[in-house]
Design a protein around this ligand. Structure first.
Ligand code: AMP
Ligand code: ZN
Length: 146
């Protein structure tokens, strides 16, 4: 049976794990309800974080192990494993994360130099498999990165 025809598994209550209300298609609901994902739990408030910004598409919080005076993680509310798992339908949210980085770069006055970093795969250092954009700034940086 096509997903659109299936009975809505979460109904009006929202995600069974996060209890977040949904106004999404069943397929998107399933992708956004990853009960074992650290960052989904942070979005749901099940694990504490230092929130910097949120809107209907993204959640932004301070990295627990900051590598610079400003080190934020910008994450889509929807669970996407990583860049190499993303598809065309994720293009808008990936671009949106970059624009949120630019907005926060302005607000936190780090426009003289910051980086947005998206680690892809274990060799790059990706350790959390919910797509996230690092916004790092507030200090001099070297190139190439390690
Ligand atoms: P990556 O290595 O690109 O996957 O980035 C994951 C980032 O998540 C690292 O910089 C970690 O310091 C950060 N991190 C892990 N757990 C938490 C947490 N509970 N709260 C905030 N940041 C976290
Ligand atoms: Zn997740």
């Amino acid at each position: 049976m096509p997903l659109a025809m299936e009975k809505d598994p979460f109904g009006a209550l929202g995600c069974w794990s996060t209890r977040r209300p949904y106004n999404l298609t069943p397929r998107t609901q399933l992708r956004s309800c990853m009960s074992d994902c650290l960052f989904c739990k942070i979005i749901a408030g099940q694990i504490p974080s230092k929130k910097v910004y949120e809107d209907e598409k993204v959640f932004v919080f301070q990295d627990i192990n900051p590598q610079a005076p400003v080190h934020f993680l910008i994450i889509p509310r929807e669970h996407i494993v990583g860049l190499k798992e993303a598809t065309e339908k994720d293009a808008e949210i990936i671009g949106y994360c970059q624009l949120i980085a630019a907005k926060l770069g302005r607000e936190y006055k780090i426009e003289d130099g910051y980086r947005t970093v998206l680690n892809v795969g274990p060799k790059s250092g990706q350790s959390v498999f919910h797509l996230h954009l690092h916004l790092i700034g507030g200090r001099d940086m070297t190139w190439p990165p390690g």
